[in-house]
Design a protein around this ligand. Structure first.
Ligand SMILES: [Zn+2]
Ligand SMILES: [Zn+2]
Length: 210
């Protein structure tokens, strides 16, 4: 099964209990150790997780669980497009891919400092191309954080750049941009209209065990 088929086999109820595709470790701004998060997910009996650190895949390179079946290789890139900041998630990526590695942060400061990240934001076209080159799929993270007046049109433009999916299942209350009235249903409708894969995750920066 390829990554698209796998993601399409997930249903809304699978997120966040069995599947969480948006987690941060201390390789970026999360609190927990990379391998510790995987152990937590295993203890919770989860089926799949993806650790998606900001602009880095260094966690995967140092993990003893890199080939574990619970783990889906992931990353979250800072981008800037049409006057808005946005985050693009890459899933199912080859962590040794050259293009992808070239887009990653060069040091810890670049990963952890929001201001530096802001100035180093990339064009989504470049990011999506690198994710595809690495065999992965590109997904718009927490779409309601995009400061755009017409989210549907924004997503349509990203789709023409090669966007494969949209994060439809995430804690909307915690992450709101200008678009105060966008709901899960609106995002689901946009996903269906543009034939985008719907993914989900909690954007966890702390422990998976509450
Ligand atoms: Zn994000
Ligand atoms: Zn995140």
């Amino acid at each position: 099964m390829n990554i698209k088929e796998l993601f399409n086999s997930f249903c809304e109820d699978d997120f966040y209990s069995k599947i969480n595709l948006h987690i941060h470790s201390n390789h970026s701004d999360g609190e927990n150790d990379f391998d510790e998060l995987i152990e937590q997910a295993k203890n919770l009996g989860m089926k799949y997780i993806s650790i998606t650190d900001h602009n880095t895949i260094s966690g995967y390179k140092n993990s003893k669980y890199v080939n574990d079946e619970i783990l889906i290789q992931g990353v979250e890139f800072d981008c800037f497009y049409k006057m808005s900041l946005l985050h693009i998630l890459g899933y199912g990526i080859d962590i040794n891919n050259e293009k992808l590695n070239a887009l990653c942060a060069k040091n810890q400061q670049e990963q952890k400092n929001d201001l530096i990240r802001l100035f180093k934001s990339r064009h989504p076209k470049k990011v999506i191309e690198a994710i595809h080159d690495a065999g992965g799929i590109a997904v718009l993270a927490h779409p309601c954080c995009c400061n755009v007046f017409n989210l549907k049109d924004f997503v349509k433009k990203l789709k023409t750049l090669g966007l494969d999916g949209i994060e439809a299942y995430y804690p909307y209350d915690r992450f709101r941009g200008i678009i105060k009235f966008s709901s899960r249903n609106k995002i689901k409708n946009i996903a269906e209209e543009y034939n985008l894969i719907k993914t989900g995750g909690s954007d966890e920066h702390k422990s998976l065990i509450k």
